[in-house]
Design a protein around this ligand. Structure first.
Ligand code: NI
Length: 396
């Protein structure tokens, strides 16, 4: 095992420059969810260079398959490939800043893709030592509902291939390069989204008594929503309601006819998500009907919560400790409230997810996910590509 890990680590070093170059190329050429056409072509090209069999169950994204020794084991490794619809900042990314307006890899999916291509290189070289079959999933559209993970699972492709276990990861600025973090059970939240239109009666700013002012009512709704978590959810269970955007009105002297608000709800169970949804509706009904207005309310169910299979999470931690040492393997005490569409795979197959430490001062990579300056310390590839390979090559 120690020998195997040394070999894997050496190979990760051998392919380090390749992963860095790949990441920088992808970073420069980001594509947003469901539009990852060039990215998919690039990945297919890289996999074919390695002689890896490729499939395209969806229009964008792809799956590579490496067959090892004959065995029943079928293991899947997943990376997401899409960028965010935003512009980036930060001179720490000099030379490989996004060249596409309105698209930027500010969530590290460029790194996830290059890391998995690095793992593909390691595994292709150690093919004879693989027990069974490995699927390398390059999934589109992690950032947009309904989520590429869900769509891929719905094609039935992974089921046909007989996937028995699946692993995925996300770069994380809260941990250092060289570290990984995970936990059994709930690890990331269920993110639902809501869209609300408050319907009033517009009019002149000087005659508010002849209107139903949706801006004033919005103030009440926002305040009431602050009681959703504090007064409707069991305090021992984490939940968040965040209103991310409010919009109303056009100018100084007009009371608008409607006001809009959108936001997200984070929970760890369907039960709590539905409690919040139903309470939102009754708050809206109460406030708006009482004022003589109306409302539209849409609650869009997002990804389920990421819930790690205990046995696979144990395999993950054991593999990480053997590869990186005890101090570099963080066993998380509590889950985090961000969501991940990796959860969809876990509805179909046992799976485990981990965070790959990528935050450092040298790389100016401690900015949070989705920050315009988001960056990764590329040294994380040495850990990430090796751990992915060792999950496949090491005995469970
Ligand atoms: Ni992400």
């Amino acid at each position: 095992m120690a020998d195997l890990n040394r070999t894997i680590q050496q190979k990760a070093k051998d392919h380090f420059d390749y992963m860095v170059q790949t990441r920088r190329y992808l970073h420069k050429n980001p594509e947003i969810s469901f539009k990852e056409h060039d990215t998919t072509d690039y990945i297919l090209h890289e996999l074919k260079k390695l002689g890896v069999e490729t499939h395209r169950p969806l229009e964008t994204g792809c799956v590579g398959i490496i067959e090892g020794k004959k065995s029943d084991r079928v293991i899947a490794l997943r990376a997401d490939i899409d960028a965010l619809a935003m512009d980036e900042e930060g001179d720490q990314k000099k030379g490989f800043m996004s060249e596409r307006v309105g698209a930027a890899h500010c969530c590290g999916h460029d790194a996830h893709t290059s890391n998995l291509l690095g793992t593909a290189n390691i595994l292709a070289e150690m093919q004879d030592e693989i027990d069974g079959k490995v699927l390398l999933i390059f999934q589109p559209a992690e950032e947009s509902l309904p989520g590429g993970g869900r769509l891929l699972c719905e094609t039935g492709f992974l089921q046909e291939q007989g996937v028995q276990e699946i692993y995925g990861m996300h770069t994380n600025p809260d941990y250092k390069p060289g570290e990984i973090a995970s936990k059994p059970g709930p690890m990331m939240a269920r993110p639902d989204e809501f869209e609300i239109t408050l319907k009033g009666v517009g009019g002149h700013a000087a005659t508010p008594h002849l209107t139903v002012d949706p801006i004033v009512l919005m103030g009440q709704v926002i305040t009431q929503f602050q009681t959703l978590v504090s007064r409707s959810i069991d305090p021992t269970e984490p939940a968040v309601v965040t209103i991310g955007r409010v919009r109303a009105g056009t100018t100084y002297n007009v009371i608008p006819a409607f006001a809009e608000m959108i936001g997200t709800v984070r929970t760890f169970s369907e039960k709590n998500a539905y409690i919040i949804r139903d309470r939102m509706e009754s708050i809206l009904k109460g406030i708006m009907e009482n004022a003589g207005g109306g409302y539209d309310f849409e609650f869009n169910e997002g990804y389920p919560a990421v819930n790690n299979d205990p046995e696979l999470a144990a395999h993950l931690v054991t593999s990480a400790k053997a590869l990186l040492g005890d101090t570099s393997t963080v066993e998380m005490e509590k889950p985090i409230m961000a969501g991940e569409d990796f959860a969809f795979y876990q509805k179909h197959f046992p799976g485990a997810f981990f965070f790959l430490g990528s935050g450092s001062d040298e790389a100016d990579s401690k900015w949070s996910w989705h920050h315009p300056k988001y960056n990764i310390d590329e040294k994380c590839f040495l850990t990430g590509s090796a751990l992915m390979a060792s999950l496949v090559l090491g005995k469970r």
